[in-house]
Design a binder for this molecule. Sequence first.
Ligand code: PGA
Length: 256
Amino acid sequence: MRKPFICGNWKMNTNRAEAVALAEATAAAAAEVTVVEVGACPPACYLEAVLAAAQGTPLVVGGQNMYFQEKGAFTGEIAGPMLADLGCTTVILGHSERRHVFGEPDDLISKKVHAAFACGLKPILCVGELIEQRRAGETETVVRRHVATGLEGLSPEQAAAIVIAYEPVWAIGTGETATPDQAQKVHAFIRTLLADLYDARLAQAVRIQYGGSVKPENAYDLMREPDIDGALVGGASLKADSFAAIIAEAAKAKRL
Ligand code: PGA
């Protein structure tokens, strides 16, 4: 049984006081559900404050990005061991904003995935197509490349522990969500890829989140789909009420 994982990606938002208040409210919402795992990825400079607010609660706290080297002359970067040292247990890698705004290529993301495992962090590997790619019928080609390169060289144990977030780029921050059917099709495709790369049992164990304009109004229908195991939530994770509502909708959908 895969436990759904609802994780907030706060991106470059909040100030310190807002981050602490949001972390407290999110931790309280996380403590109310047992069928769903809940996480938050705040800006790196507020990780310590958020981790303190999450202490003693089931809220999982993670980084939004990291570099693959352990230390050295890499101005502005954060190393995986630094995130782990603070108490993070997960890290988002290959987010579409990293890929498309900051130009991160697949091989860099692959190095980061290995570096995350090396220091005990579980990566949330983001994959997903641009609107032009969807229109050109290239969704599966792009997703296959992201998944295959992101998982390259991982042991079966590591691959089973990874979380994949399918985030169609055209749905991120646009208010336009993939329909449950559109998302389910790609999630099922990712599971067949995992079965090809590893085996059917492993494919059934990996959690695949959906991301892209998830909100309280669409969370239930998305989470009812058999291959959607939670969500990576941007905008709606910044409001404690809407994030708590998404968590509650996911719990309701998965309990039935
Ligand atoms: P959104 O962002 O929920 O604001 O669309 C999702 C994401 O970028 O992870």
